[in-house]
Design a protein around this ligand. Structure first.
Ligand code: SF4
Length: 341
């Protein structure tokens, strides 16, 4: 059992201690779930969002973003590409929209992706807070994993990076995470690392929060400033350096792996935006999931959650460890189902 102080020490490690932390992250992963890497083809379905998170480039109030939603055929073509490339899984991602038309569209797309892949593609959704009924409909349609980041588990910090209104409620986010579990999903969450006002204690608490919430998957990465997001413009002068945020993200990954050995941990795209080897480095600290972007080229520029978002993935370095054609579900989730944890 690791205490908050143990975790703070890990996050504060430098030079050889930091290297040892990364090695331990890999050791723990390899002995708990092996050294395999699983792919999820990321399809950015739409950048339309009803919310206004202060750090986000595609927030509702950012009028300089050209809004899009892929056609059904474009989504299915991308999914077919993932299927034929033997990726094993896709992630369908978009902003938060709660209309019945949207819920129905996603339900339809999930069913069609299952159909075109003869049930072989695993489907992860990342579409924000929805009602339990909507989550159930999407789960029944065939999706089985869902990512919903808490961004910061510190309620004060959460409130600083979101507008102060009912639409952006910390408590609602927690309820949504609980509802995902009730609907049957493998539940993923995560945080931004190096946010303005964030302390090492906050980050240690984030990791302990993930453990307490018993998450099955994690996607977390460095905070990056987004074009058109108020948080970037207001706080650029108090941010830690990009290098600090990058290194801290790797330390968070290794530490999370140590305290939650069997969960899935994504090597986030945001790491790659700082360092071209970012995702590979994350794998070398304990991550086991990579999400190559397979959205049609012409829309990617408009899905600008943050600046310098990478567009490609070079898997050659870890090629021999990629488990093609497998879902790579969370071993943590499977163990829970079998009452092993
Ligand atoms: S972070 Fe997600 S919910 Fe918030 S504004 Fe951006 S896309 Fe919308």
């Amino acid at each position: 059992m690791y205490t908050k102080q143990d975790i703070i020490e890990m996050l504060n490690s430098q030079s050889t201690d930091m290297d040892r932390l990364f090695e331990k992250g890999v050791e723990v992963r390899n002995s708990a779930i092996g050294d395999g890497v699983y792919l999820r083809g990321l399809i950015e379905y739409s950048n339309i969002c009803s919310k206004d998170c202060l750090y986000c480039g595609i927030r509702h109030s950012n009028r300089s973003v050209e809004r899009y939603a892929l056609s059904e055929q474009e989504v299915l073509d991308a999914a077919e590409f993932a299927y034929k490339s033997n990726y094993g899984s896709v992630v369908l991602q978009c902003g938060e929209v709660k209309s019945e038309k949207h819920i129905r569209k996603i339900e339809y797309l999930v069913k069609e992706i299952k159909k075109l892949s003869n049930d072989n593609l695993g489907i992860t959704l990342s579409m924000g807070e929805q009602t339990l009924d909507s989550y159930k409909r999407w789960f029944d349609a065939g999706a089985h994993r869902y990512l919903l980041r808490i961004e910061s588990s510190n309620i004060d910090l959460y409130n600083k990076i979101h507008p102060n209104n009912k639409q952006h409620s910390y408590d609602d986010r927690i309820v949504a995470l609980e509802n995902l579990r009730i609907a049957g999903f493998q539940v993923g969450s995560g945080v931004m690392i190096g946010l303005p006002y964030q302390t090492i204690e906050d980050l240690a608490d984030d990791l302990l929060w993930m453990k307490r919430m018993d998450i099955d998957m994690c996607g977390m990465g460095p905070y990056l400033i987004s074009e058109g997001a108020p948080l970037g413009a207001e706080t650029a002068n108090i941010l830690q350096s990009e290098q600090w945020r990058f290194e801290m993200s790797l330390k968070m990954i290794a530490t999370l792996r140590i305290i939650m050995p069997k969960i899935n941990i994504a090597a986030s795209t945001a790491l790659q935006a700082i360092n071209p080897m970012g995702r590979i480095k994350a794998i070398e600290c304990g991550a086991n999931i990579i999400m190559p972007n397979i959205s049609p080229d012409n829309i990617r520029a408009n899905y600008n959650l943050y600046n310098n978002k990478p567009r490609s993935f070079d898997s050659k370095i870890i090629e021999d460890r990629v488990h093609y054609g497998e879902w790579g579900d969370s071993s943590h989730f499977k163990s829970k189902k079998n009452n092993l944890v």
